[in-house]
Write a protein of this length. Structure first.
Length: 96
């Protein structure tokens, strides 16, 4: 997968494991989706996910829709990422 590093201003070849490692090293991973996504309850709709870590074991995902940051967030442990973190489905990956 290709990702753009907004700090180093370069394109990188990344893997899911590599992106998780970058988050554990205090970087944020932004996943721009192909279109809006809605949760199973119909409560939240977003088109960009922002992933970062609180520490090396706890991760947080925040959201935006049409460029507007949403107030909602979700917390995940390292094991949750297998089911919740899907960079391969993103239209664009940014590392900041």
């Amino acid at each position: 997968m290709k990702a753009y590093d907004t700090i180093k201003k370069e394109e990188l070849e990344v893997t899911t494991a590599g992106l998780i490692e970058l988050m554990q090293n205090n970087r944020q991973v932004d996943l721009v989706l192909h279109g809006p996504k809605t949760d199973e309850d119909g409560y939240l709709t977003w088109d960009t996910e922002y992933w970062s870590t609180v520490d090396n074991k706890r991760f947080i995902r925040t959201y935006s829709l049409d460029g507007r940051t949403l107030r909602d967030s979700t917390a995940h442990n390292i094991y949750d990422l297998e089911n919740e973190f899907h960079p391969e489905e993103a239209k664009e990956i940014r590392i900041s």
